[in-house]
Design a protein around this ligand. Structure first.
Ligand SMILES: Cc1ncc(COP(=O)(O)O)c(C=O)c1O
Length: 377
């Protein structure tokens, strides 16, 4: 008889052979730095885009129950009211994470007989949610509105849902929301926007990507994370109150799980009440400095946002590139398949309001040396 767990080692061996093996690294984050072992590095991997994590909050009570049982602390009411207003929607609902918010919203709204149109670069939580619904899923080419318009015209008797990210998490580009809202309106389709990376970071008062493009009123349901630019923890949906009511009644990732601890709800409230404007300005200044500096060195930078991918291609070369950055005091992780397509491995730089001009200059000098060493240009 074969050893029972041989298949596990076999799968791991295959992952390693393709340079796709991932290992956990322990680090200690403090403001713009991460310390790993004895090494202090500039952290270019944080989603704390505005640098709000500095203000610590005391841990407190846990609810020890789901929200529909005894876990619905009164602080949820205040936070959900504020989040609904932040998105100019009637209601909102907090989930334990953004991942669970996607699972919850999409599975509550979409049924087996429906059609989903999903961008090919959508986040894993959207892909999983689409699978859960049992609906027919048509994947359209990334941000390609012609392809979306063509695919939405098929299956005309079905109810249609279009799902996209606002700022794509691994490419840093904006969804083509203006054209998308025209297409969804024309086809009577429901538009769900996952704005995990745009929320609180772009738009008027951090209202997000749809606000930036002037189409906030045309989004049917928002999904977002409280764990990125807000510098807190959790996920939420904002939509018409009937949609939120349906989520409370049908989202398994809301009903059958423990409530987000109330001290984290209070942390989000605390962050929402803070002045975030100066940090939003610092974020956009840092983004402009870093991305124009990288372009000047010779990198092909297409992203207009605080997520700047540097596409290297091969997995092994990208790992070596990342290791070199690490040696030079810059922490920017290589991203590989299956997070991004094969042979499009990249260094994903995420800019934050934390980093100083001096740190940006150091980062640029390291990228210049790395670019030459690895013959990127
Ligand atoms: C586009 C997108 N949606 C959802 C999520 C999940 O958010 P959370 O970290 O709150 O679970 C992420 C996180 O990486 C994301 O990038």
């Amino acid at each position: 008889m074969k050893p029972k767990l041989e298949f596990v080692n076999h799968i791991l061996r295959e992952i390693k052979e393709k340079d796709l093996h991932r290992q956990l690294r322990y680090g200690h984050i403090r403001e713009s730095h991460i310390t790993i072992g004895a090494k202090k590095l500039i952290n270019l991997c944080s989603n704390d885009y505005l640098g709000l994590q500095g203000n610590k909050i005391e841990a407190g009570q846990l609810q020890s129950s789901s929200r529909l049982v005894s876990g619905n602390d009164v602080s949820f009411r205040r936070l959900e009211k504020k989040l609904a207003a932040h998105k100019s929607q009637k209601a909102s609902l907090v989930f334990p994470t953004g991942y669970m918010a996607n699972l919850g919203v999409i599975s509550a709204l979409v049924g087996k007989k429906d059609l989903i149109l999903s961008d090919e670069l959508n986040h894993a939580s959207i892909i999983d949610a689409c699978k859960m619904t049992g609906a027919k899923v048509q994947v359209y080419k990334h941000n390609d509105m012609e392809d979306l318009a063509k695919k939405i015209n098929t299956h005309n008797k079905m109810r249609k849902f279009v799902i996209t990210e606002g700022i794509f998490s691994m490419d840093g580009d904006y969804a083509n929301l203006k054209q998308m809202t025209e297409i969804t309106e024309k086809n009577n389709a429901i538009l769900i926007l996952d704005d995990a990376h745009g929320d609180f970071a772009v738009g008027d008062d951090g209202r997000g990507t749809a606000n930036l493009f002037g189409v906030d009123k045309k989004i049917d349901a928002y999904v977002s994370s409280l764990s990125k630019a807000l510098g807190s923890f959790g996920g939420y949906a904002a939509a018409h109150d009937s949609i939120i009511d349906l989520c409370i009644n049908r989202s398994k990732s809301f009903i059958y799980t423990s409530a987000l601890p109330s001290f984290l709800v209070k942390m989000s409230l605390d962050r929402l009440e803070q002045d975030r404007k100066t940090r939003q300005i610092a974020l956009s200044k840092n983004t402009a400095l870093l991305s124009s500096g990288l372009k000047k060195i010779g990198y092909d930078i297409k992203s207009p946002t605080h997520i700047i991918p540097i596409i290297i291609g091969k997995e092994k070369k990208t790992l070596d590139f990342g290791r070199y950055l690490f040696e030079c005091g810059v922490f920017a992780q290589p991203i590989r398949y299956p997070t991004v397509p094969k042979n499009s491995a990249r260094i994903r730089v995420s800019v934050t309001a934390w980093i100083s001009k001096k740190q940006i200059e150091h980062t640029l000098s390291v990228f210049e040396k790395a670019g030459k060493k690895f013959k990127i240009f």
